[in-house]
Write a protein that binds this ligand. Sequence first.
Ligand code: CAA
Length: 394
Amino acid sequence: MDELLTKENLEYRAMAREIAEKHVRPIAAELDAKAEYPWPVVRALQDAGLMGVWIPKEYGGRGGGVMNLCLVVEELSKACGGVGVTYAVNALASFPIIVGGTEEQKQKYLPDIAQGKTLMAFGLSEKASGSDAGSLKARAEKRDGFYVLNGDKKWNTNGNAATLYSIFCSTNPDRGGRGVSALLVEKGTPGFEIGKKEDLMGIRCVPVHELHFEDCHVPEENLLGGKEGYGFKHAMMTLDLARPGVAAQALGLAQGALDLAVDYTMKREQFGQSVASFQGIQWMLADMATKVEASRQLIYAAARGIDAGAKHVSKMAAMAKVFATDTAMSVTTDAVQLFGGYGYCKDYPIEKYMRDAKITQIYEGTNQIQRLVIGRSLIKEAAAGQPRTQSAEA
Ligand code: CAA
């Protein structure tokens, strides 16, 4: 319902929709087949001033917050889930600077991120540290004005396209999660190598790489927030802000697949009539559309709560992520079903939606971890005697 969106929301959505239809949809299949980074789309987003939607105005961004970020991600993902994440990952990786950076770090890095001159990647996971993010092994030791970083990172979305990386590492292994710190590492820093590119099932236009650090000398002033030991908290706060963006990617995929399925079933004739005229098909479409709309409202509520300064956003962000991404998987799978045999081959765009959707249930915290976050929040709220009917407390 457009009436529930502000004038600003509608403007962002219209700009992103135009870019998606003009610059993304026509090349989505080719980007997927060639696993090519969508540079023309980045340029179009730059020209439209959309690269800095979530970045505060005082640092050269548009101050559009998480809500407008979600609207842009949703529109791009309707045309291509991979393009949606190449864009959204800049928000994921720059949120640490926004939530935990020093004034100097914000002034130095955010304006170029806002203009799309700097693309970013987020380095939290490692080969043996995924859901248990606090168990990471990359290590940084302070020496002569530098943090000397050693270790490897896994699943770095935007891996070789980025020029700035938020890297989580331990500055004090004896303290576990409380010994984690974040470093802002620039591409080209000696000792920093981009490693293996993953051959992915979906979102194939996104370069996902391993990163290697060997005696990589990161200037001391690039310690996020200027204090050691805050990295885990900053990572968690970042994920709270970023998870609605993954949910919006899933929403775009689900809506995009639903739109194609409605069109296809109206045109496809069997038994002398369109398959959409069969009640069994209409019921499928109705269930798909209802779940898509429920996802949308949950995401927008989480995003609006974050932008309004709600304090306890983990639960809502996790709910939006889990519901929208499970919806994307079921809706895109049903969409393939509605296309029948044609849905299973690459002559039609629909199978890509299903492949792109799967990762949204996995990254930025698996949906099992989201349920853990929700469950822990419920217990914490009950133990604190907090009201349990509000969606996002200010
Ligand atoms: N905000 C602020 N602080 C938080 C927090 C939050 N949302 N959640 C936890 N913390 C704090 C806690 O208060 C605690 O602080 P103290 O040490 O001061 O007590 C500390 O962090 C540790 O918290 P927990 O004991 O809850 O931590 P845990 O080890 O049990 O882990 C977890 C919690 C939720 C499972 C967490 O590890 C997690 O979110 N895991 C998933 C990681 C993830 O999402 N990875 C994806 C990486 S990005 C990606 O996918 C790639 C990409 O590029 C797209």
